[in-house]
Each structure stands twice: as C-alpha cells, then as structure tokens.
Design a binder for this molecule. Structure first.
Ligand SMILES: Cc1cc2nc3c(=O)[nH]c(=O)nc-3n(C[C@H](O)[C@H](O)[C@H](O)COP(=O)(O)OP(=O)(O)OC[C@H]3O[C@@H](n4cnc5c(N)ncnc54)[C@H](O)[C@@H]3O)c2cc1C
Length: 508
C-alpha cells in the first residue's frame, strides 16, 4: 500500500471511530476475512486481493451518512453488506476499503395492520420479521430459498426474487418506499410519488426502482416501508412426477394458462436435477426409476378456495403425463424449500466424494425458449466437466415461474454446478469464467436476461450483461447516472463495469 493511501486510511479509521465508537470499527483480520466474499464460489487464490481494510457496523441513518461522508473525504471505497448470502459477488469489496455491515440496524419501527405496511431497518431478517407479525395474522411474503439467512437490505440491493412471487410479487413489488443514503452522504426518501405507504402513484419518475437491484452501487438503504399481505389460511403443494422433461414442460404451460388465481408458483425439476437429488440429498424421498422429471405446484389462499381448485390441479397434471407424488412428498419437499441448499456439497458423478460448493446461473427465460436454453447450457456445462472432472459437476436445472402476480410467461431458469474451490487454480478459474460467459450469452441470444434473481455482476456474466444485454443505450445511461450520483466512485466500485464512467476523467 502506498504511503499516502495508508495515511488516508489511518486518518479515516480515526474519524470512523469518533463517529461510531471504537467497538464498531473493526480492523481485526478475521472480521475482515469473513466479509471478503459471499456464497457464490470464489477460488481461494483470489482471497487476498479482495480483503477489505476495515469493517464498520453503524446503528442509525445518521451514522451511515457519517461513514459515507468520511469515505468521500478520504476517497476510500465503500461496500454495503447485508448477510453476505448473495450469489452475484455484490457484497465482495472489489477495491477493498470499508465494508458497511448493516446487521445492527434491525429494528421494526412501525407495524400498521390497517394500511397493511411495516416500516423496518434494513438489517432485519424476513423470518424474524414474520415471527413478530404472526399474531396479527399478516406477513411479509418474500420467500427466497435463502429466507432464514438474508437481511432486507441485501434483498433490496440484489432486487430479490421470491418462490411465492407469482402469487405475492417479488421484492421490487413489495417495497412501498425507502430512505436511502446517497453516495455523497445525503439522506433521501424514494417511493411511489411521495407517500410513504403508497403503492401506486403517477407523480414523478419511478425513482424507487433505481434504488432496488443496484448491488450497492447507488447508495445504502437505511429504512424501508414494506407492503404486508394477509396470512393465507392454507397452502396446497401438489407435486407430479413425469417420465420426461418434455411432459413437465408441457404440463407447466397448461398450469400457466389455467386461470387459477391462487396459484403462487410452479417449479420444474429436470432429469439431471432429479438424478442429483437421488444421489446427493438425503431429504429427498426415493422415487421409482421411471421418474425423470417433476413439476411442483403451490397454491396459497383460503381453505374454501384451495378445496375448490384441487380437482383442477390434479386433472391438469394427469392430462399432461403427471403422476401425483402423494401428500408426504408434496408437503415435505415444499416445506424443505429453505433447507434444500444446506447440503454438504459433494460432487459424486465420478463415484468419488469431493467437497464442492454450489454455483447457480439464474437467467430469466420465456417458456418457449426453455428447451433451447436447456440444450445449449448442458452442452457448455458438459464440455467444462469433461475438461475438468475433478473441479466441476453438473447438479441439474430448476425452472420457476418468475412473472410477479401471474403464473405465466417467463421463468427463473437455473443450472446448478458444483465447484471445487479448494483446489482451484487461475487457469481452471479462467475456463470456468469462459463457460459462465457462454451460458450468459445463450440467455441473451434467446431473448432472456442473464439474471432473474441474483444480479449480473459476477465475472463471466458481467461482460455479457453490460455489453450484450444492456446494449442499445441502457448501460451508457447507467454509467451517466452512476457518475452523477457518485462523483467520487465511492459506492461499491468495480461492479457492473461502472468504473468506465470515470475513465475519461482519468485520462484527461
Ligand atoms: C442457499 C441460497 C439460496 C438462495 N435463494 C435465493 C432465492 O430464492 N431468491 C433470491 O432472490 N436470491 C436467492 N439467493 C441469493 C441471495 O440470498 C439474495 O441475493 C439475497 O438478496 C442476498 O441478501 P443478503 O442479505 O445476503 O445480501 P448481501 O449478499 O450482503 O448483499 C447483496 C447486495 O446488496 C447490497 N446491499 C446490502 N445491503 C444493502 C443496503 N442496505 N443498501 C443497499 N445495498 C445493499 C450489497 O452491496 C450487495 O450488492 C440464495 C442464496 C443462497 C445462498
């Protein structure tokens, strides 16, 4: 580290301690090391280059604003961090600097069960929030597979996608308004127009959406007013087994077009996913060998409503080659949707046991393009595994309904790949990044989006996201907005190639 950079850092740490108290400004190696990455695989060879210099844990909006102002004064990068369970490297400090960990800001500020909102700080976890809301018979229906671990700020930073989004909407649909500390340390509130609890307004620009899914590049959200929903009386998970993925795909279209309003999600499991669950998931109840694929449907509503649609669900499944898996599997597997990923990750396709971590490519793809995307993704993944059998393993695909409030149209389409991080080398990592680039390119070539849930900021997909998906002016506009709001490039630099916005200045 150059002398003047080290001096600036030391001076900044001094001012941070005055603003937050010594206890909440941490420079110990382990506090920094555990906040270096997120849950997406990263080769161990990269760790030392990404280690942040200091971690702060503010308790209030005023403290967050103070941290941002200090960072601007000393030109030290900031990375906002929630639970660090993102899958797009958003909370990874590409340029080191200050991690702003928001987990101390976890208070519930107001519950309004007449206008159906709750106002909270961004460090709150949704499971904890829903425990408090339960006696009032209302809930905040954001339901990602990572429900027990995420915090709200990270859900907003990533623009989160919910397993129940088809019934209740996703995170962008569930935020009424927010308070945000901008990259220069100003405190603003954005919503639908100016009303804190309003969901639909025609006044002004839709600025709220600008501050959702930006991966911490445009500010730090410090308070949020959320939309609540009545707690559903009942749920009806119905899982069907099929002989082929083609049956599952066809059946899903029939569900899409059924007009069943309480349908809150439909999920397809492909052949490789069923095979993976058979060999590697002890929560998966064994199924006969003829089962190659599956469709899960889930309805939420009143008991009367669910009773009324039950026979239609069974009829649609049977008419499309589906065999009902029974109540035990349907209810048990749906109940384990938040635990499914807590497997000991072992790649076993070559008969050996090897520790691997989970990587998920999560494109948004329309129903009609799913067969093409599936075929082309497997070609890419199989070539990678053939070249590096000890480092990668195919764990199959899921496709989930993605359209908010409507069970048709596009699907969060995920291919899961096991990655052996422990034995990673720069050369193998380069092949991995190339495979991810090809996977992302297929999504865009098929009219989709690189990511439905996690964001397109990781190595591999980020080039395709910025230069191929967001071409035709979108990426250029992003850079202009970034530079206008963040003149010093303080807020999460190194993400989405937004540093390009400052390059002319450097060469001038
Ligand atoms: C097992 C597993 C299953 C998953 N399933 C799903 C799923 O079903 N749906 C889904 O959408 N995602 C899923 N994810 C991905 C992940 O959990 C989400 O992206 C989640 O939103 C991340 O929240 P976090 O609190 O961990 O955020 P972090 O990883 O800490 O941060 C995510 C991003 O938000 C930014 N950020 C954090 N706090 C703030 C703030 N206060 N203001 C502004 N920006 C901020 C960070 O800089 C970063 O860019 C899954 C992850 C795992 C590990």
């Amino acid at each position: 580290m150059a002398v003047e950079v080290a001096e600036a850092l030391e001076a900044a740490i001094g001012e941070l301690r005055t603003a937050l108290g010594t206890e909440y400004v941490m420079t110990d190696f382990h506090q920094r090391a555990i906040r270096t990455t997120n849950t997406s695989p990263m080769g161990l060879h990269q760790w030392k280059d990404l280690l942040p210099d200091v971690v702060v844990m503010p308790a209030s909006t005023a403290q967050v604003a103070a941290v941002v102002k200090i960072a601007n004064k000393f030109l030290i990068p900031i990375t906002p961090r929630g639970a660090g369970a993102g899958l797009a490297d958003g909370a990874t400090p590409m340029k080191r600097g200050i991690i702003v960990d928001i987990k101390r800001m976890c208070d519930i500020l107001e519950i309004d069960d007449e206008d159906m909102t709750v106002t909270v700080q961004p460090g709150i976890n949704m499971q904890e929030l829903n425990k408090v809301l339960r006696p009032l018979n209302v809930w905040f229906p954001d339901d990602p597979a990572s429900y027990p671990v995420n915090v709200l700020g990270g859900r907003i930073g990533a623009g989160g996608w919910s397993l129940l989004g088809t019934g209740y909407g996703h995170v962008p649909d569930l935020v009424c308004s927010m308070e945000v500390v901008t990259p220069t340390g100003d405190i603003i509130r954005v919503g639908a127009g100016g009303g804190r609890k309003i969901r639909k307004s025609s006044v002004g620009y839709r600025l709220k959406d600008l501050f959702i899914g930006h991966q911490g590049t445009l500010g730090i959200c410090t308070e949020v007013t959320l939309d609540l929903a009545p707690r559903p009386q009942a749920q009806l998970p119905v899982f069907f087994a099929t002989r082929s993925w083609e049956d599952a795909h066809r059946m899903t279209l029939a569900f899409n077009r059924s007009g069943i309003r309480c349908l809150s999600g439909v999920v397809m499991f492909d052949e490789a996913k069923v095979e993976f669950l058979r060999r590697d998931d002890e929560a998966w109840i064994p199924l006969p060998e003829w089962v190659n694929s599956a469709v899960a449907t889930i309805c939420y509503g009143t008991s009367v409503e669910l009773e009324a649609v039950k026979s239609s669900i069974f009829d649609i499944g049977a008419a499309n080659g589906g065999v009902y898996m029974g109540q035990e599997i349907s209810e048990g597997d749906w109940a384990s949707r938040h635990d499914r990923y807590h497997l000991a990750y072992h790649g076993r396709s070559d008969g050996t046991i090897r520790l691997m971590s989970w990587s998920c490519e999560d494109a948004a793809i329309t129903w009609s393009q799913l067969p093409t995307v599936k075929r082309r993704w497997y070609e890419i993944a199989e070539a990678l595994v053939a070249k590096h059998p000890e480092h990668f393993d195919i764990w199959g695909m899921f496709m989930y309904t993605g359209n908010p409030f409507r069970p048709w149209g596009d699907f969060l389409t995920e291919i899961d790949i096991g990655v052996n991080e422990l034995e990673m080398t720069p050369e193998i990592w380069a092949d991995w990044v190339e495979a991810k680039t090809q996977i992302a390119r297929v999504s865009v070539e098929c009219g989709g989006s690189v990511s439905a849930a996690h964001g397109g900021t990781r190595e591999g997909e980020v080039d395709v996201a910025c230069y191929e998906e967001l071409k035709d002016g979108q990426f250029d506009l992003m850079k202009r907005i970034k530079k206008m709001l963040d003149p010093n490039n303080i807020m999460n630099p190194g993400k989405y190639h937004l540093d390009e916005a400052y390059e002319d200045e450097e060469t001038a």
